[in-house]
Design a protein around this ligand. Structure first.
Ligand code: A3P
Length: 290
């Protein structure tokens, strides 16, 4: 990884990030999902796409034939000419921290949705993601390697990290500018999906009508985008998102607090300074507690 503009940048996406920062011109109608890897990006992509494309929620809905990452392109991973072909209103995603977003995103009226997740669950999710790749067959991951990764992650050395700085950048902006940045917690979305979806749709400018609420459209969207539903779709069982990323790698358990099954108390303790920093910054959400 390179340390670039205050965050850790994976070598293979470095060019893509520079290209995004140099060429991307936001439109006022754009919607941008921002997140750290393994915090619920795939889930939010499916929800944002479905909220804004909900005329037909039957088996013909595009989610049945396309992985959420094909429907909502990652700005840091795609060429400018591919991005330019996306029709308006455009939906995109990025892992780049707020401070490093191109100016046109900050100065235009485009909207940003940010999803965060408990750092411990995010770390455990990243670890399992890594285990599925070929490279992990060579490195033979064991508890020692996990501890090494955890030590780095908890000190901020992780893709697009430090984790806490990434969260705080978007969190502060969402407080100063709530019309611009909608801040979501993975945990909150899991426990109260209905209420969150209603607020999210309003923020996006696609509010649910009374008729839609009566027809259970909100719950239909929640069900369609649930991990259980996405996991069972053929496109997510067999397809590939990247030459080395099978779609099925994107869906594991999708649970809150799963870290307890993998991390010892002393491992979890290493995250205390990060969680203290979040608390001190006024971040009172559940997710900075252990
Ligand atoms: P776990 O590894 O804890 O199960 P990302 O999409 O940012 O890569 O995040 C991946 C995490 O989100 C994984 O967490 C994955 O299982 C979970 N996930 C994927 N789809 C989901 C969905 N529809 N609902 C809830 N969680 C989901």
């Amino acid at each position: 990884m390179h340390f670039y503009q205050g965050f850790w940048c994976l070598t293979f996406v470095f060019q893509g990030i520079i290209s995004f920062q140099t060429h991307f011109e936001a439109h006022d109608t754009d919607i941008l999902l921002a997140s750290l890897p393994k915090t619920g990006t795939t889930w939010l992509k499916s929800l944002l796409y479905t909220i804004t494309n909900r005329e037909n929620l039957s088996k013909n809905h595009p989610l049945h034939t396309k992985n959420p990452h094909e429907l909502v392109l990652q700005l840091d991973l795609n060429e400018p000419d591919v991005i330019a072909q996306v029709p308006s209103p455009r939906l995109f995603a990025t892992h780049v921290p707020y401070s490093s977003l191109p100016d046109s995103i900050k100065t235009s009226n485009c909207r940003i949705v940010y999803v965060c997740r408990n750092p411990l669950d995010t770390f455990v999710s990243s670890w399992h993601y890594f285990l599925q790749f070929e490279i992990s067959k060579e490195t033979k991951p064991n508890e020692e390697l996990m501890e090494e990764y955890l030590g780095k992650y908890s000190k901020g050395v992780s893709p697009y990290g430090p984790h806490d700085d990434h969260v705080l950048g978007y969190w502060k902006e969402s407080i100063q500018n709530p019309e611009k940045v909608f801040f979501l917690e993975y945990e909150g979305l899991k426990t109260e999906p209905h209420a969150h979806l209603i607020r999210l749709a309003e923020f996006l400018g696609f509010p649910f009508s009374k008729d839609e609420e009566n027809d259970n459209v909100v719950d239909e969207i929640i069900d369609l985008c649930s991990i259980k539903s996405l996991k069972e779709m053929e496109v997510n069982k067999s397809g590939k998102w990247f030459p080395w990323v099978e779609n099925k790698y994107l869906f594991r358990k999708g649970e809150v607090g799963d870290w307890i099954n993998y991390l010892t108390p002393s491992m979890a303790k290493q995250f205390h300074p990060m969680q203290e920093k979040l608390k001190k910054a006024g971040f009172s959400s559940k997710f900075c507690q252990i």
